[in-house]
Design a protein. Structure first.
Length: 490
């Protein structure tokens, strides 16, 4: 395996050859040590006279630090199995404790035998321990397979024996402290500023940052000095502040994204308008027929792979079940058409009639054509559709052919599936949204996204305020529509 390294263990006055193998054999030693501890306790006659609870208690390993005193590192506590009676008792189960993340940072402490998720988690525990107790710690080795921490005090002056070794367990995927001398003979010096990385500082200041987002680096520096008695460079603070901001923003945007997602699922019509070139948008429509932006994303270009990526995220987040009982309205972008078929195979894909008309008008302009087109698009019965198309043919057969070649099934109301509670033939929702963000779109990327976010927050807040005033269970929009419908019938 790896090359042997030489460790000067000055406290013990010996030179120990240490190889990587140490980290492998250490497993067995540790297990033996705990078994030994447990066995010797359970043999205790007094303990055996106590209740079951007391016996249970002895299965939790408890380390007496004195056991390690005067022992060289290689003389790990272990037990030789000299007789047969050990066999049965091996089956006694002991459990290594698991690192508890809920413990407050300044109460965190490495414990022999304790299991961690990763070397990184243990390192964080060390950092907290060192910074809260004021003892200096140095990581002699810290990689993906093992960790060796020693005291960082002057070895000649203090000969501090503190040492911790940890590696992955052989029986399970947990990172474990295999050897530990917890005692320090050095003095506390609170000089562990190097252990504080930007992320650590950011986490310390998260609450303060939420309360006071404009906190100055200088103020943070003063607080750290007071709280941890150590100095940290200005540049590290700057990085910490950026990190804290992104941590907070991440939490907030998750929060809003979830709110929008849930809002769409419970309160919107089963229709999504897709639109966009560099800013791809998915816009919904709430029960009151109001525009409800669901998601928006900036891409370099609106090509097939980008649309597919966007649609897949949308599909997973909104649990669209392949587009079952859903309708999508968009223009006839070729890549988009294909992607919708792949990601949402069951969806009813409507073509925005306004786009169809825009193309139609290029060749067949005029008010008569315009009115005839919209009559066709809004025909609700197949007979009407045929009749209205015939009228166009009478005026100009080429216009008829032009429209028939544009798949009327995707833009004429006659052919829409019933039960969607959505009669839209045009992608007006997406266009409304585009109009709203017209000003924002002129701004640089981040400013634009920020403005859209603020707009959304305000809009959702106002909608909620408005909805609180409603007296019926049915929104005013549909009620108004029903009234108009009743009026027409009368
Ligand atoms: Zn020390």
């Amino acid at each position: 395996m790896g090359l042997p390294t030489i460790t000067f263990s000055l406290a013990l006055g010996t030179v120990i050859m240490e190889t990587v193998d140490d980290f492998d054999t250490i497993d067995v030693e540790l297990d033996e040590f705990f078994k030994h501890k447990q066995r010797s306790r359970c043999k205790d006659e007094f303990l055996n006279t106590l209740t079951d609870e007391a016996l249970d208690e002895c299965t939790v390993p408890e380390i007496n630090l004195n056991d390690f005193e005067g022992m060289s590192e290689d003389e790990a506590p272990q037990e030789k199995q000299s007789d047969s009676e050990g066999e049965d008792e091996d089956k006694l189960q002991f459990q290594y404790s698991t690192h508890d993340l809920k413990v407050k940072w300044n109460n965190m402490k490495p414990v022999l035998g304790e299991r961690y998720e990763s070397p990184h988690q243990l390192k964080l525990c060390f950092t907290n321990y060192s910074l809260s107790r004021g003892y200096p710690i140095r990581f002699k080795k810290c990689d993906s397979v093992r960790l060796l921490a020693v005291c960082a005090s002057d070895p000649e002056k203090f000969q501090c024996p503190f040492v911790v070794r940890a590696s992955w367990m052989s029986t399970e995927r947990s990172f474990q402290i295999k050897k530990m001398v917890e005692q320090h003979t050095c003095v506390r010096n609170f000089r562990s500023a190097n252990l504080m990385d930007a992320t650590w500082i950011a986490r310390q200041f998260l609450k303060e940052m939420i309360r006071k987002p404009n906190v100055k680096c200088k103020e943070m520096q003063a607080i750290i000095q007071r709280r941890f008695h150590c100095k940290v460079s200005w540049s590290k603070f700057y990085r910490a502040k950026c990190r804290a901001i992104s941590l907070i923003d991440g939490k907030l945007s998750d929060h809003y994204a979830n709110a929008i997602k849930e809002g769409w699922k419970v309160g919107c019509q089963r229709v999504i308008g897709l639109d966009g070139s560099e800013l791809l948008t998915a816009i919904g429509r709430d029960a009151n027929d109001h525009v409800y932006p669901i998601a928006w994303v900036v891409v370099e270009i609106d090509n097939k792979p980008n649309w597919q990526w966007f649609l897949e995220l949308l599909h997973d987040d909104l649990e669209l079940q392949g587009g079952l009982n859903l309708c999508v309205i968009s223009d006839q972008h070729k890549g988009l058409l294909e992607d919708v078929k792949v990601v949402l195979p069951h969806v009813e894909h409507r073509q925005c009639a306004r786009h169809v008309y825009a193309n139609f008008r290029k060749v067949f302009s005029g008010i008569e054509f315009k009115n005839m087109f919209w009559t066709v698009a809004k025909s609700t019965v197949e007979g009407d559709f045929e009749l209205n198309m015939e009228k166009i043919r009478e005026v100009n057969p080429a216009a008829y052919d032009h429209l028939m070649a544009r798949e009327p099934k995707s833009w004429c109301m006659t052919f829409f599936k019933s039960g969607m509670a959505c009669e839209a033939v045009e992608n007006r929702m997406a266009e409304c949204f585009n109009a709203i963000i017209l000003d924002a779109r002129k701004k640089p990327l981040l400013a634009m996204l920020e403005e859209i976010r603020l707009y959304m927050m305000e809009m959702l807040f106002n909608l909620k305020k408005e909805a609180c005033k409603w007296v019926n269970n049915v929104c005013p929009g549909p009620i108004k529509k029903m009234d108009e419908f009743a009026f027409d019938i009368n």
